[in-house]
Design a protein around this ligand. Structure first.
Ligand SMILES: Cc1ncc(COP(=O)(O)O)c(C=O)c1O
Length: 359
């Protein structure tokens, strides 16, 4: 049996009618950038997340950049963030000219809040955490910490869209939340897309930064970016939104099966009880990771690593390197097995069986 790591084609086939209609709509109405379709998309995101405001943007990466700019963060400022993430998170801190201060993660693979507090200095302006793999840290605790020290709370929720923390949806929990609709995300576009949700005063600023800092057509209030969403992407994401909960529920069901089958063979993910993990990826730990991955590939099972080389250990981030023992241990041992909603029961059973055979 051959099982790819992701299967975007099956997802497309499931909602082909709606996706094709979304594309046609934009082509037939010349709706490409900004205007009514962008606004309708933002309204849908506000309704879904429960956030005060939303501005669409071109990707999760630009969502991070315009959020940091909206908080006035730049040279001389420190942002506490993690290295155990996709590179966009610390990269955005550096591209606005600020300094990333790397914090280790806990056994849930999310920011270690006690350590984050110990890293606060008079130059710290924000805590930028990541809902890695699809669940949040204890947001109430981080937001309280940010309030105590007068910091902005910024969530990188690229991997947790749809998750609810204590009944409140991701997008409404932090001062600003940065969301990615990259095609492989929980809710994916057919190219790059993203949005920022959160406090209206900050979202309004982020909107300026996404569109050249523009007020009216030729009045530039700030130095901004071209970080706008394509309307085709906005319409596609909206068209797929009604499917999201079904996909999250199916991934959760597969994950519960993996937990049961793989316990004792691998270190399996642990879940916080304040929400239903959205399983952007299902990540296990094994000390002999490379051998296990090769053996699985021989059985037709494609795996991945999220993430093999943490940012602080790479040349670009060398100036901000700190020892991060949990991040370093995890990045040496982790790998991700397929968990997408279109896997059949038979495929899921095959993956679990082979994972046990080769452990
Ligand atoms: C945690 C995290 N942050 C940021 C991003 C960047 O999102 P995008 O690819 O939409 O720029 C991604 C995914 O790609 C991600 O997984």
């Amino acid at each position: 049996m051959k099982i790819p790591f992701t299967d975007l084609q099956s997802q497309y086939q499931e909602c082909k009618t709606e996706i094709d209609a979304a594309i046609e709509h934009c082509l037939h109405t010349n709706s490409f950038i900004t205007g009514k379709d962008t606004t309708l998309f933002e309204q849908d995101m506000i309704a879904y997340t429960g956030a005060e405001a939303c501005t669409a943007c071109g990707s999760g990466t630009t969502a991070l950049q315009i959020s940091l700019k909206a908080c006035g963060i730049g040279p001389g400022d420190e942002v506490i963030t993690v290295s155990h993430t996709f590179v966009s998170t610390p990269e955005a801190v550096c591209t606005v000219g600020a300094t990333p201060v790397f914090c280790d993660v806990d056994e849930y693979s999310i920011i270690d809040i006690a350590q984050a507090e110990s890293l606060i200095t008079e130059r710290t302006r924000a805590i930028l955490w990541v809902d890695l793999y699809g669940q949040t840290p204890d947001v109430d605790a981080i937001v309280a910490l940010c309030k105590k020290y007068g910091l902005y709370s910024i969530a990188d929720a690229a991997q947790s869209f749809g998750y609810q923390y204590k009944g409140r949806r991701v997008g409404s929990l932090a001062d600003l939340t940065c969301i990615s609709f990259n095609p492989v995300k929980n809710l994916g576009a057919i190219g790059d897309a993203g949005c920022v949700t959160g406090r209206k005063d900050l979202v309004d600023l982020a909107r300026y930064y996404s569109n050249h800092g523009r007020d009216t057509k030729y009045v530039y209030e700030y130095l901004g970016y071209n970080a706008r969403i394509d309307n085709i992407q906005a319409r596609v994401v909206q068209a797929k939104l009604p499917y999201l909960q079904g996909w999250l529920d199916r991934k959760y069901e597969i994950a519960q099966y993996y937990h049961k089958e793989l316990a004792g063979y691998y270190i399996t993910p642990i879940e916080h009880d304040w929400g239903q993990h959205s399983y952007y990826v299902y990540v296990v730990e094994h000390v002999d990771r490379d051998r296990v991955r090769t053996a699985l590939l021989e059985q037709g099972i494609q795996t991945n690593i999220h993430y093999a080389n943490p940012a602080h250990s790479t040349p670009a981030f060398a100036p901000w390197h700190r020892s991060l023992p949990v991040t370093e241990r995890k990045s040496a041992n982790i790998f991700s097995i397929p968990v997408y909603p279109h896997l059949t029961d038979q495929q899921v059973e095959y993956i679990a069986e082979k994972c046990k055979d080769v452990a």
